[in-house]
Write a protein that binds this ligand. Sequence first.
Ligand code: SF4
Ligand code: SF4
Length: 381
Amino acid sequence: MNRIFVKQSSYVLETLRPQVFSILDDTIGGIIRPGMKALVKPNMLSPSTPESAVITHPLVVRAVAEYFLAKDVHPLIADSPAIGSFGEILRKGGYAEYFSGLNVEIREFSGSVQRDIGKPFGMIDIAEEAATADVIVNVPKLKTHSQMTLTGAVKNLFGCIVGMRKAEWHLRAGIDLDLFARLLVQIYSTLQPAITLVDGILAMEGDGPGRSGTPRHLGYLIAGKDALAIDSIICRIVGLDPHKLPTNKAALALGYSPAPYVLDGPDYKTDNFRLPRQTPLIYGPRQMHGLIRRLLIARPRLNKSKCNGCNLCSAYCPAGIITVAKRRPSIAYGQCIRCFCCVEICPEGALTMREPLLGTLIRRFAHISPAAFSKGPKVPG
Ligand code: SF4
Ligand code: SF4
């Protein structure tokens, strides 16, 4: 029977190692062969300390790497960060320190190959190391996400789209949240990770997934073969209806649903977990969409006192609509696709998602809630 593990854990290797070894033995132990190509895919979004909860903690990844080494497999640990040099992520994120002396390769994805992920996207570029791995271990961070609500098991694999191609996909999906969620599900279904092991020990609540979010200790390690089931469990842990997670909705629309599972561990729930502030990305009559989006819909807002003028938001905005003059960014809101990449990327947490006051008043008056873009068929689990 398919098991989903929820373990109480901590960033102490002596605690983590036996838990991770036991979970991996139970789930993928039977398919590991010496010399096989194993990819471990953490979340290495940007140069951030483990305490900021932006990246997967290196000790969780180290425990996975040690498991493979014990089976005569030299895993590759790789990701395609949104910003910053990979060396800086290794240094600041603690990977250089925690992996010292361990014979594993940690690097950025180096190239892409084309894979057909199905309609309407067709052939897309996916990291070669992910597309050709014999086994993928998906090791996300449990974080909130201003656009997709949570960045858990399915969303983590978007990092297998290399470099600026990620921004291109944001631009192509535009404000169509359902289309973007579908893209994520189809990438997941193409890559088929053998197991997902979520670092929910120090999670992130509030306006994640970048520095605008707030670290929150949960103490959970959540693991299993089925990423959709894992995401549903994560939803329950943080108090979100699993039917409202965009990737769960997209999966169900595509005919995927979490496989039946047995929960190994208590069905945890966290009190008062702060989900990101969200509002509908569009509503109202179609002819009015341009105007409504410009005047009423949530958009990135700058906190000038936090901004250091680094220009990163401008460099990574998929729509190319942020200009920085005299170290102050300015956004052409009329062309903003509300992808919130700038919020995700800002290293100072100077950008947050905010709804204009007029939008809040009108939405409340018209009884339009964030659920307006979260309605969908029921997702089991
Ligand atoms: S808003 Fe953030 S990313 Fe943009 S210039 Fe300021 S500090 Fe840099
Ligand atoms: S300004 Fe921010 S939210 Fe708008 S398109 Fe650019 S990155 Fe996306």
